[in-house]
Ligand binder design. Structure first.
Ligand SMILES: Nc1nc2c(c(=O)[nH]1)N[C@H]1C(S)=C(S)[C@@H](COP(=O)(O)O)O[C@H]1N2
Ligand SMILES: [Mo]
Length: 405
């Protein structure tokens, strides 16, 4: 009885954003759900078998840097590609391992207090709904994390990505809104929480359940897609086959891969992925942390880290992106930020903007290149960003070292 009162108070605190950032264990969550009668099928059995390693596709060293279950795209491998990142070099971020899911046996299960009743769809049934295609980035919230340490001397935890935890693809599927309405969405629904069919995520010995994170219903009905195709091909296993969520402009964790169930609730939902992770903690933030959803402005050169460049006239290329909309201008410094020149933008400004600038290095030796983008809202890239302990949203100007000889 006392416990129920406590849990209810905790839920109320979450609703008003006042609770501590400690998050919930799966047991806490199930107990809370049972006590309040708001739960659903947490951790439904996955019709999946494991692949040999955490990632199925080949990870050749010229395309990827591998960090355990994750693989970062090398920026030099994007130099001669088009606007989209080819599947063979699209970064992979797996909490555990890529599951192999039988598309015929596959069902998407929708449930929760925000629906008139539970509903299931086969892949065929989903593919009979109106199709929609969008070009969108998937970018990890921790993209650029290692720069907190290498540029700002700060300690952060998590995968030490440079800038290659982003990929832009052309995704085809059905709008999440179409599926929610077909499932009987109620007017009082507030949150939508997709969950993956990959293995439960265990952190510090605690089973946190399936990878899942809530979205407000307004975002779910806006531009979110349930995708079965990437760049005109069936979705590959590592990127969520047979079906994944694509949440444009939001941090990568929102784009749940291998989505097996979606909870739709008439009350706020929470999971460790919005209470414990994907919040900004640190000196500059409140004790309970600041929830993050959207990405920030970033830029990268299509060059290796410490690239060797010739002492001749050449064209440097790169890309810049922002969750706020199109990039309005990109300025480049080849002298560590002393002087700046405007880069020429090339190609469409869809999800990211390609650009180039000519450079004739005057001297051999070490040089520092910097690209600084400004988006349509005037948001740009500062010299430094405030530290957060989990190393999210590194939007500062990146000092890219090269050697000219
Ligand atoms: N089910 C599930 N979905 C997931 C993840 C995961 O581990 N499991 N990782 C998330 C994170 S943190 C990111 S950044 C993106 C990465 O997508 P990608 O591997 O297709 O590049 O997927 C998200 N969706
Ligand atoms: Mo991520």
């Amino acid at each position: 009885m006392e416990e129920t009162t406590y849990d209810r108070t905790r839920l109320e605190q979450w609703r008003y954003g006042q609770a501590s950032g400690r998050g919930f264990s799966r047991r806490d969550l199930m107990r809370l759900a049972a006590a309040l009668g708001v739960g659903g099928a947490l951790g439904t059995a996955a019709p999946a078998s494991a692949a040999d390693g955490p990632i199925v596709k080949p990870l050749p060293p010229e395309l990827f840097t591998v960090f355990g279950t994750n693989a970062e795209t090398k920026w030099e491998a994007l130099k001669d590609t088009g606007h989209l990142v080819p599947v063979d070099r699209f970064f992979v971020r797996n909490h555990t391992s890529t599951p192999i899911i039988d598309p015929v046996a596959y069902r998407l299960k929708l449930f929760g207090s925000g629906l008139r009743g539970p509903k299931e769809f086969s892949l065929d049934q989903l593919q009979c709904l109106p199709h929609h295609t969008t070009v969108a980035a998937v970018e990890c919230a921790g993209n650029g994390r290692s720069l907190f340490t290498s540029q700002q001397g700060q300690t952060v935890s998590g995968t030490a990505w440079k800038l290659g935890a982003i990929g832009v693809g052309r995704w085809t599927g059905v709008r999440l809104g179409t599926v929610l309405r077909a499932a009987g969405l109620r007017a009082d629904a507030v949150d939508v929480q997709p969950q993956g069919l990959d293995a439960n995520f265990v952190s510090g010995g605690v089973d946190l359940g399936p990878v899942r994170r809530p979205l407000p219903v307004a975002k779910a009905l806006d531009d979110v897609l349930l995708a079965w195709e990437l760049n005109g091909e069936p979705l590959p296993p590592d990127h969520g086959a047979p079906l994944r969520v694509i949440v444009p402009s939001w941090i990568g964790i929102s784009s749940i891969k291998w989505v097996g169930a979606i909870e739709v609730a008439a009350e706020p939902l929470f999971s460790p992925w919005n209470t414990q992770f994907y919040r900004l903690f640190g000196e500059s933030y409140p004790a309970e942390g600041t929830l993050i959803d959207r990405q920030v402005v970033k830029s990268a050169f299509e060059l290796a880290w410490n690239a060797s460049l010739p002492l001749t006239a050449q064209t440097l290329t790169g890309r810049s992106w922002s969750a706020n909309g199109p990039i309005r201008r990109v300025d480049v410094s080849t002298d560590g930020g002393v002087s700046w020149r405007r880069a020429r933008t090339t190609g469409p400004g869809l999800a990211w903007q390609r650009w180039q600038i000519d450079w004739s290095p005057a001297t051999p030796g070490a040089h520092t290149l910097i690209a600084r983008a400004t988006d349509v809202t005037g948001a740009s890239q500062p010299v430094t960003v405030p530290h957060n302990t989990l190393g999210y949203l590194f939007g500062a100007q990146v000092r890219h070292p090269v050697t000219v000889s």
